[in-house]
Design a protein around this ligand. Sequence first.
Ligand code: GLC
Ligand code: MG
Length: 708
Amino acid sequence: MMQSNGLYIILISVHGLIRSDNMELGRDSDTGGQIKYVVELARSLIQHPDIGRVDLLTRAVKDSRIPDVYAQPREEIAKDAYIIRLPFGPRRYLRKDVLWPHLDSFTDQALYYIRQTGLYPHIIHGHYADAGYVASRLAGLLEVPMIQTGHSLGRVKLQRLVDQGVKKEYMESHYNIRRRIEAEEITLDSASKVIASTNQEVTEQYSLYDNYQPKRMVIIPPGVELDRFYPPKGRWIKPPIEGTIDRFLKEPQKPMILAISRPDPRKNISTLIHAYGKSKSLRQLANLLIIAGNREDIATTEKGTRGVLTELLLLIDRYDLYGQIAYPKSHSSNDIPDIYRLAAKRQGVLINPALTEPFGLTLIEAAASGLPIVATRDGGPQDIIACCKNGLLIDPLDEDAMAETLIKALSDKERWRKWSKSGIIGAKKHFTWSAHVQKYVREIKKLVSKGSKRKDPSKQRKANLVTADRFVISDIDNTLLGDKEGLRNLKECIRSVSSKVSFGIATGRRIESAVQVLKKWKAPIPDVLITSVGSEIHYGPRLVKDLNWEKHIDRLWKPDAVYQVMKGLPGIIIQKDVDQRKHKISYYIDPDKSPTIREIKSYLRREHLHVNVVYSHHQYLDILPIRASKGLAVRYFALKWGLPFEHILVAGDSGNDEEMLRGNTLAIVVGNYSSELEKLRGDPHIFFAKGQYAWGITEGIHYYNFFG
Ligand code: GLC
Ligand code: MG
């Protein structure tokens, strides 16, 4: 195994189009500030002497509509810092809100990648909810501390959408909002540190979460590249973009109100145009420049983007803004600094009217360029204006006040010059990447030294289990057992290839009862037994317990507190004593009388209990440590023994099998499955057998040609 010098950091940013040069910011609504943030973070981190390697993991996309570079498996950002692109789900480009079902696959690809490099990361850092989910899973499996940067938060978005009157169904179908929030809760559960950009992000945004733990949060604002963003100086040499802009304008020398953002409804460009269009004096005073990404043909762009741009064009026409507003079709990322300088030279302002603004990179870029700002009264703008003293705050929903504030900001030339100057000074003082990285490294070093006792699981191989190169792992009740003839047939099938194939079970039963029922049915004693819904792992005929797993899942497990929360909930009855395990608390549940599973999760979280809640057969409810489940146990086991996921076949029938069936292993749902698994249908890694019980398993083995 290769040894790296210094810390090895894995950054994860799943969605959008990420490349190291000439980033296509604004190309669509998923390719914006976050993309720039993660690449610059990687580039700055690797310059720190204590960091030996940085990998930025993202999605590989192969799609004729986008440049080939986004399919390239590896791209160098700087020496020892790479963008690593992993394929998962469909190959084509997809917007972030529909990537959710594929994230388990991404997790497994990332595990593969980590095994391949032979390097053990010291820190896994997720960016946004989707990567937070992936990072939680990875960090748990590898026993590595994880950190998280939210970038923007689902609960805040939800509130805004509610305020705007967006329909619930649309929030789900279009944004998958509940899934996102759930992922954020899981992330907050698992993260050792959360990096926020502003104070308000902590106190007003993260505080909306069940898992709000301000002690784990640190505020480290991102930086601006000062070598690119600087004020106009010396003799003005006309940049190429100036002509592109000025051909729209009747009086180009007027002050310029610049709005620069992705074409995303949340950026609220339309309110700005209403404000400008309605105010005679503002139109008299200044021109408007809208930079909202690049486009070829609006008619064929993605729906959200198309909506924003179409509305823009309609409003321009409605208010007859011809000659007063410029909205160039395209620009390169190298034009951006020139655009700020042009606006600064014309004594304009940057306006950021976004509905919410957790940070607002454009604001510090403008500040560094000497361009004063007018921005939404929200977390980022508040902190930035407090540091830079370079502008005014607005209510993004109040058109009239927006116009008045702009007039105010543009009219007083004396004050304008003061703002411009102090913005330049403030950006240099408070918002540089090198300051960010200093603080970052200080934080992660605390975490790494805490966790240094962790062992490298890939070094603890056991020879007997490693000889096999195929694994069949089956649930017991109603999957492996239930049909005698089917079981005999399956045994035959496995016996014929016995040296190559290893056999395991994953069950809700405790170990004693699992062994007992297997004996009763004359099933072979497996090489691995994952029992008590994944909270225990035993190996081989002698039933050697995996103590590392036990230690691994014990983190944050507070059974007494769980009992307390659950006590007295209607429709819930505790199972017998023997079924209460060290890392499993089990109930019978009557779903007609009990609170919903979602509500139960929420009660537990509010008490800061870090648990997995598993519901099956409409009658069982198991509560496990956050790191335990059948699926996580299978992955831990595979990683530990060095088994590729495609060489593992898993079979199940009910809810407690669900998350084991997802991901890159090959999965079988037997014909007699319980209805809660219906939602897995259609996943290419999951085969729904016709055969019942063990017949279904044999059918799946043939279907996948698993022994072939
Ligand atoms: C088994 C266990 C029980 C658990 C159920 C669902 O029946 O004995 O405790 O609740 O599986 O996972
Ligand atoms: Mg079962």
